[in-house]
Design a protein around this ligand. Sequence first.
Ligand code: SF4
Ligand code: SF4
Length: 350
Amino acid sequence: MPGVGLPPLEQNVPPIALRNYGKWVDHEELRPGVLKHVAESGEACYTVRAGMPTNARVSTALARRIAGLADEFAEGHLRLTRRHSLELVGVDPARIDELTERLRKLGLPVGGTGRTFRNTVSCTGWIHCQFAATDAPAVAKAISDELYEDFLRERYPAKLKISISGCVNQCGEGSTADIGIIGVHRDLPRVIDEEVARCEIPLIVSVCPTGAIKPKPPKSVQVDPERCIHCVACAAPCQGMQIGDPETDGLAVVVGGKAGNSGSGPAFAKFVIPYLPNRPPRWPEVVQAVRRIVDLWVREARRDERIGDWISRIGWERFFQKTGLPVSEKHLDGYVLWPMSARTGVRFHW
Ligand code: SF4
Ligand code: SF4
């Protein structure tokens, strides 16, 4: 009985992993991108990890080449990690160098394990999302190019994860990365009355987390500029609510996030740069800001300190002093309307 839902796991797991399922006792990193896991039986499993194109987007031509390498080197199996890296599991240790070179020729560098810069995660951004304030995958590409050498070599105190979201909806999960880049809108939603008249007005009003939208007779809405936080929520239920402006959209930078339970536990990133301009195709201001934060962290952090741990030790005041990033009233924490905002969200239960 195949059941319903996802395909059975055993059809998609490499034989070496099935043989030792639940019986792994040790693992080590042999070099960036090469891992060795050892099972109870003493059997060793070698894994090669490589960076993938941003947003894990590949043409079918590249996908076939990758599949060909998986057939040749990894018993016909591959997987993508949580951060969109490619992993080939069960590689013959005598052929790891050959596989590394073959992957490199496909433009897929082997690395991104241990104390390195990990594969960058981003949402789809402008590629196919109407909410995006920036081209998240292209920003990820520009940052990845800047930190490319750090993907291959371990020169960091700890791992470095950078994630990019095209807007504050955070599909790229920047708020749980060491450095998060988040597209921000700064304009008010443009209300197109004739479109709004075809939508559910109560729905448009109710999705606004700050109560900024009020009905406008006979069948439209108006937005209070004092309350709008440019969150794009109202653009989802109605095409008549349009947000985004090439002149004012930009990017914010948050730092110190972490999703895992290890060390000091999960942490929500705090934002340090409220706005940088959208300057495709290479986003120089964003790349420069990332470089400035990373270089300081590398110089000053202790071994095993992720960026958030390092800032927790030295304090946010010294972080701003040392980075030279300006502090403004926008850094004040404590959104005064948060209780009301939380209660209007569908996820909130008292
Ligand atoms: S984070 Fe925003 S721009 Fe990116 S996919 Fe989600 S909604 Fe779209
Ligand atoms: S963008 Fe967000 S805060 Fe502004 S009006 Fe729309 S839902 Fe409300």
